[in-house]
Unconditional design. Structure first.
Length: 138
């Protein structure tokens, strides 16, 4: 009977040793997984920060472009914005088509009370960035 108790104890010790080894191995696997996860999260955060910085940079450049444009137009006594009718004549669309394009958001506009104004810079950008193909497919 004592042999059985001794045998049971050595079996128990083996089980404890195996459990301990498995636990340490599991702990290492878990730690490695956590390190990888932490690197992935850090990488994602850096990418988001990069995007935010690029967006801010683009916004700053856009604002500089607008300020430069306003300064130039002011010095030359040019209009900075047109009525829908004036813009329609400039770009060769009917008044109604131009109003429709403004309503659809195809032409950026500013509402001042009841008046709708189309910034000159917006018209120039549309004409500069629109390709012949895009104009044909509309």
């Amino acid at each position: 009977m004592q042999k059985e108790k001794g045998t049971l104890k050595s079996k128990d010790l083996k089980l404890v040793e195996e459990f301990t080894e498995n636990t340490q191995e599991s702990r290492q696997i878990l730690e490695n997984g956590l390190r990888i996860l932490a690197k992935m999260i850090a990488s994602a955060i850096l990418k988001e920060k990069e995007k935010a910085i690029k967006m801010e940079y683009n916004e700053i450049n856009h604002n500089k472009e607008i300020l430069s444009y306003i300064n130039t137009a002011t010095q030359q006594n040019e209009k900075l914005a047109f009525t829908v009718t004036e813009a329609a004549k400039l770009i060769g669309l009917s008044r109604n088509s131009t109003y429709d394009a403004v309503r659809r958001g195809q032409i950026p506009s500013i509402r001042m009370g009841k008046r709708i104004l189309i910034p000159k810079i917006a018209l120039e950008r549309i004409l500069r960035e629109t390709t012949i193909y895009e104009m044909d497919s509309r």
